[in-house]
Each structure stands twice: as C-alpha cells, then as structure tokens.
Write a protein that binds this ligand. Structure first.
Ligand code: XIL
Length: 557
C-alpha cells in the first residue's frame, strides 16, 4: 500500500538550502568520466559532494523501468534538456504511473542525499504541438521509497514537487535524510493528477563526501616497489589528490600520453593533458610510467595513411614513412620532456608496444596496422627506436592483457625470447591484469614465474578486478563480492611480489573512475578498484596491503 510522503522538517530544509547552494556551484561539470583526460579538474566545492547516480539518457533508458501497468518508457531524442536523449514515459492511466529506478545499491542509508531531475510534460512522438494538450499543466513529483526496511510499512520520502508544462523543462530538486538500516530503495517520478506523458532528463543523486581516511597505511609505504595508479587531470586536486599521494608513488596517464591525444594530427602536438599530470608528479615526487608509444587502439589514422589519402602498404617507401613517423613522435615527446624537466623528467619507464599478441595467429602476433605495414619486425624496430631516442635510463616495456591465459602466455614468452635473442633493447614485460572475480591465481603465478625466468623485469601495469563480466548487469554489490575481491587482490599482489615485480599499478584511483564503468557497455555499479565511490578504502585495499605482507592499521577497519 502506498502512503503519504513524509514531509521534511525545518532542520532538513536548512540542510536542503545549504546543500543546494553547494550543488548550484558544482553543476553541471561534476560528473566523473573515466574517459576525460583533458578535464581541468574539480573545484574545491566539487570535492565535497559525491555523485552516486547520474542519468542523462543519452545512451538509452539506463536502469529505469516503467512504473504501473501498461506504462512504457523509451529514450527520446527529439526533446532533450541536454545531450542526445531524454526519458519519455507514455501509456499512463493513473496519476501514480511513471518511471522508477532501483537505487538500493546506490544510496547510503543514514546520510542525506540531494536528488535532482528535470521534468516536462510531453506529447508522444509525432503529436501535434498545437494540440491543447501541449499547454496543459500538472504537478510532477519525485519520491524515494524504501521497502522491507524492517518497520513493516514502506516509507516514502518526498524529494520535490513542481508544476510542469509541456513547454519547458522544470527542475525538481530536494535533499532527504535517508534513514539508516536495511531495505531496498527506489526513486520514482509520477504526477498528482494529470495523465499527460512525462519527460525526464539529467537525473543526479549526490551525497556529502566523506573525508579521505588519513589514518590508513599508505600502500606506497608498505611496498618495496613503486605502487602506481592511472590518472587523468580530474584526479589531481582536492580529496582525490590527497588519496593519490597518500597511497601511490607512481602514476600512469590513463589517456594523456597516448599518441591519439599527443599527436592527433600529424605535426600538431598537444602536450597539455600530459604536462598537467607530469607537473603534478614532479611536484609530489612521483615517478611516471609512460603509456604508450605503439598501440593499435591509440594510433591515429594519419599514422598509417599516405599523404595522398591511401592506406600505407608494405612497400619499402611506406614502411620507411611509418618508421619515420614513429621516430618523429618519440623524438617530439622526448624533446618536450627535456625542455620542460631537463634532467628531472619523472618518466622512468615506457610501454613501447601494447597488446601485440594474438595467439590465434601462427606467429602469435596481432594483425594490427603496424604489423600490416611493417610485418613482425615492427616490435623490434619500435624498441630500438625508443632506446635510441629515450636513452638507456628509461625502462622499455612490452605490455599486454590476459597474460595468464596459457595460449597468450606461450605467445608472450616466445615473443620475448625471440626479441632478447636478437638483442632487442627490451627491459620488461607489463601484465595489464584486468581481472574478474574468480580469476585463477595459479595461472597468474605460472605466467609471472615464466617471465621471471626470461631474465627481464616485469610489472603489473593496469590491475583491476571486475565483480561481473561485461555481459552481466550488477543490481547491487554485495559484501561477499567485495570480500572475494579483497582476497583475490591479496593473492595477486603476493604472487607479484614473490616473482620480483618492479611495480604494481591499479587502473584508476577509485571505483567511479574505472574505465569498466563504461566499457564495453554501461556498468554503473561495477566496482573494480581499491577505493569506493566515496574514496573510502574497500576490502580490496586491505587485500593489497596484506599481499604486500603488511597488516592494516588496527583502526583501518
Ligand atoms: C583505457 C582508458 O582507461 C579509457 O579511458 C580509454 O577510453 C580507453 O583506454 N588497456 C590499456 C589502456 O592499455 O590504455 C586502456 O585504457 C585499458 C585497456
């Protein structure tokens, strides 16, 4: 049974106004995007609120569902408040019919949440805008509901109500104190009377951020080797920077040093995003693992296109052109580093070639554009050029994923063996280690032992542990999953340390920043890193520490 919504008390209203003031300062740029390597970073105010849900309906209806029999929801691309889409709700035959989303795993009971949505009454696609219905008005409201909270009855928290029309977008916004305790939560939009179609866009749920846990043992202090994380500009200020420098003494630019960013057009270099990260590294005495020089996914098309627009072939002239372009690229990067940092460049290592392996090929090598033009020798060429230009003090890595898979391990060992036999200046192997719960640590251990036996260095370069596969949808993250993730991190880190690892890097500072949130599909609850959306340590942090052979501070729990 539905109950009247709870009304907010005076204290809550004051809180609403205070939070709203902060919120107004932070909109609209507070959304974390795993991909945003050029962001200039958050303001201090931004750092005070954590975004726990952000739905712009630009890729579809997300996790939203119809509310009520016969109701249908769809993404609409004709009427949007921002971006490519909005949510359209049609087929409403009761005022309470609308759209809902399960936010059980998203909200934190016991703390206030600010919820905002933009709404508008809407005509279905193709309706005549001169129709009277276009000008009707109606009350639209946003409600949070808790079920199975233990008290017997459902609870309804009234977020906001507004008089809407079909003519313009109206903001619905309010802050509610979420009671502590169990139960499932859903957020829904409905009307009080009108049965008009409903539109919604730009739903945002935020809550005050917790302080960074300064009493935790820094991972960097517990390790004998550099502990790294992938970063973008947005990680370098406020609380994120505090978390970064507390636990990590090395960074990898998540995107900012990739050729597609550095030289998107031949001869046009953009070192801005890279400088931002390297300047931070110098200021905070962090080392930098350079990522990346040759990678098919970040090789702009111009690299492998002739001046007349045709794809490069394996003719000697085209081969020379591609080799020259790579040398020019590396030289430009090296010259920039020398100009800016002199002898104090923070970049101590580079992924020279990334993801070259394909065990399905007879020679074990991926048929990338580099391979197509230059043949298998492109790998040795790239390392020789890198050594020549970058000098002897920078460690040169061959980096790849799923190196624990037996057929990929065999291809990797064969490739490295061959390169070393030919005197190629390869210093190390990078294991990306994008893992998933249930990963077999024995296989990882076997690969680490095999690479160690080759006499090169090795590093864990991009560690993350997904809770689910890309084809599964997480509806909630359980404590059991987080505990299992912690156990797996501990085992992986222990295996790495046992095999003389040169550094261990995680692919992102905290869960919100993980690339797996959006790759290969939207996975809004995926939580593959050591710190949660609120920058708080997860069991995975404690697992990392335990894997290094250190127990957490007693008050770390
Ligand atoms: C990913 C970044 O995290 C994303 O932001 C970007 O959109 C694509 O690349 N292996 C690699 C990394 O070597 O460069 C990738 O990083 C993740 C997979």
């Amino acid at each position: 049974m539905r109950r009247p919504a709870l009304l907010l008390g005076t204290g809550a209203v004051v809180l609403v106004l205070a939070l709203l003031a902060v919120w107004l300062v932070v909109l609209p740029d507070d959304r974390d995007t795993a991909d945003d390597s050029t962001s200039t970073g958050p303001t201090t105010a931004q750092a005070d609120l954590s975004t726990v849900l952000s739905d712009g309906f630009d890729d579809g209806t997300g996790r939203w569902e119809p509310l009520g029999d016969g109701v249908r929801i769809a993404q609409d691309q004709q009427v949007t408040r921002s971006g490519a889409g909005s949510l359209l709700v049609v087929g409403r035959t009761e005022a309470w019919h609308g759209a809902q989303v399960d936010v059980s795993g998203t909200l934190t009971p016991g703390v206030p949440h600010t919820v905002t949505a933009w709404v508008r009454l809407g005509l279905g696609g193709g309706a005549d805008p001169t129709d009277d219905a276009a000008h009707r008005t109606g009350e639209v409201r946003l409600t949070l509901q808790r079920r199975d909270g233990g008290a017997g009855d459902d609870e309804y928290l009234h977020v906001a109500q507004v008089t809407a029309t079909a003519d313009e977008w109206m903001s619905l916004s309010g802050t509610v104190d979420l009671p502590a305790g169990d139960g499932t939560w859903r957020l829904y939009v409905e009307t009080t009377g009108t049965l008009a179609d409903l539109r919604m866009d730009d739903v945002l749920v935020q809550r005050p951020s917790s302080p960074v846990q300064s009493d935790l043992t820094g991972l960097r202090d517990a390790a004998d080797v550099p502990v790294g994380t992938a970063v973008a500009g947005q990680d370098l200020t406020g609380r994120r920077a505090d978390l970064l420098t507390q636990h990590f003494d090395q960074v990898t630019a998540e995107n900012a040093m990739k050729p597609a960013v550095v030289q998107p057009v031949e001869g046009e270099f953009d070192f801005g995003p890279m400088d931002q990260i390297l300047d931070f590294a110098v200021e905070h005495h962090l080392t930098v693992h350079g990522h990346v020089l040759v990678w098919h996914r970040s090789t702009p098309d111009w690299f492998v296109t002739a001046p007349d627009g045709r794809p490069l072939t394996d003719s000697p002239a085209d081969q020379q052109l591609l080799r020259d372009r790579l040398r020019t690229h590396i030289q430009a990067v090296a010259a920039h580093l020398a100009d800016r940092y002199g002898d104090n460049s923070p970049v101590t290592s580079w992924d020279v070639v990334n993801e070259a392996i394909d065990p399905a090929q007879s020679d074990g090598l991926r048929r990338s554009p580099w391979y197509t033009v230059l043949g298998p020798g492109y790998i040795a060429d790239a390392f020789r050029t890198a050594r020549d230009v970058l000098g002897p003090d920078v460690a040169l890595y061959l980096n790849d994923y799923d190196t624990d898979a037996p057929e990929r391990r065999r291809a990797l060992v064969a490739l490295v063996t061959d390169l070393l036999a030919h005197g190629v200046p390869l210093d190390g192997v990078g294991h990306q280690m994008h893992l998933r719960l249930g990963a077999d640590v024995t296989r990882i251990d076997t690969t680490l032992a095999a690479v160690q036996a080759l006499g090169v260095r090795q590093a864990v370069t991009e560690l993350d542990i997904a809770l689910t596969g890309p084809d599964q949808t997480l509806t909630a993250v359980t404590d059991d999953q987080l505990a299992a993730q912690g156990d797996l991190v501990r085992e992986v880190v222990a295996a790495a340390v046992a095999h003389d690892i040169a550094s261990i890097t995680v692919w992102g500072l905290y869960d919100t920043r993980s690339w797996l949130r959006t790759w290969p599909t939207d996975r809004p609850l995926e939580a593959p890193l050591l710190f949660d959306d609120d920058l708080q340590a997860k069991p995975a942090y404690r697992g990392f520490l335990a894997g290094l052979g250190t127990s957490p501070n007693s008050d770390d729990n």
